[in-house]
Design a protein around this ligand. Structure first.
Ligand SMILES: C[S@@+](CC[C@H](N)C(=O)[O-])C[C@H]1O[C@@H](n2cnc3c(N)ncnc32)[C@H](O)[C@@H]1O
Length: 233
């Protein structure tokens, strides 16, 4: 399957539109079905104990609930942390913000295009930058730029994306059976076609000799990628 990047409906809808709210609920269920929370927490847990600043950034964070569930898992290793949620739309509720406060973590919501935000200077690199169901929105040249900016702003980058495979495509075409709305059904198929396979993300990562890269399919529908800096910037 060749990679095909097309617009997704959720990105066009205002954040409080009922179809968008419903689609973000569907995304929570899909993240559970895909096992992305377990996959990402597994990728981060071993290094989280030694993160010096406890700063974690999520690119394309959506309503922030995925990061909140990840934070609850990581809080066993990391008592205090600062989370930055970057998304083009502000869909984060007061309950989600309160969820971070309840585990003693602080949260900052940034409503911005991810490229604009990444181009701004940062006082210190983040300990970790994550992306969940987000990188597939971008073409190869856009991803190269995003990754280059990320290498200057984080020590570790981890992503869970749709695996571009026949089995994932078949699953994405059946989401009506589990009650997903039209927005989710459209975006899921588009997302799998724009997803990743093989070593596609590693091949775009810059300065590869300074980073340890891992890339693999995970469970039935996910493509996981981690880049960990092994030499000082
Ligand atoms: C499929 S959702 C995933 C949200 C979240 N990571 C999750 O797993 O629930 C993709 C998100 O990317 C955001 N997005 C798309 N293009 C963006 C851009 N250029 N800059 C910032 N956010 C963007 C959308 O607003 C949307 O919330």
């Amino acid at each position: 399957m060749n990679r095909l990047v097309e617009p997704e409906w959720l990105d066009e809808l205002p954040p409080h539109h009922p179809d968008a709210v419903r689609s973000r609920q569907d995304l929570r269920r899909l993240n559970s079905l895909m096992g992305n929370l377990s996959i990402l927490s597994g990728l981060l847990q071993s290094s989280a104990e030694v993160w010096p600043s406890g700063q974690i950034v999520e690119l394309g964070a959506g309503d922030g609930t995925f990061m909140l569930r990840l934070a609850r898992r990581l809080s066993h290793h990391l008592k205090q942390a600062h989370v930055v949620l970057v998304d083009a739309q502000d869909a984060v509720t007061h309950e989600t913000r309160a969820g971070f406060a309840a585990i003693g973590w602080t949260v900052e919501i940034v409503t911005a295009d991810v490229f604009d935000w990444l181009r701004q200077p940062m006082s210190q690199p983040a300990d970790a930058m994550i992306a969940n169901l987000f990188l597939h929105h971008f073409s190869g040249p856009q991803l190269s730029e995003l990754m280059k900016l990320a290498t200057e702003r984080t020590r570790l980058f981890a992503a869970c994306e749709p695996w571009r495979s026949p089995v994932a495509l078949a699953f994405s075409q059946m989401l009506g059976f589990i009650g997903c709305n039209a927005v989710t059904r459209h975006d899921a198929v588009v997302s799998v076609r724009a997803g990743f396979a093989g070593r596609e993300l590693s091949s775009l990562w810059p300065a590869r000799s300074q980073w340890r890269l891992q890339e693999r399919s995970a469970r039935m529908f996910t493509h996981a990628f981690v880049a960990e800096r092994i030499t000082p910037p």
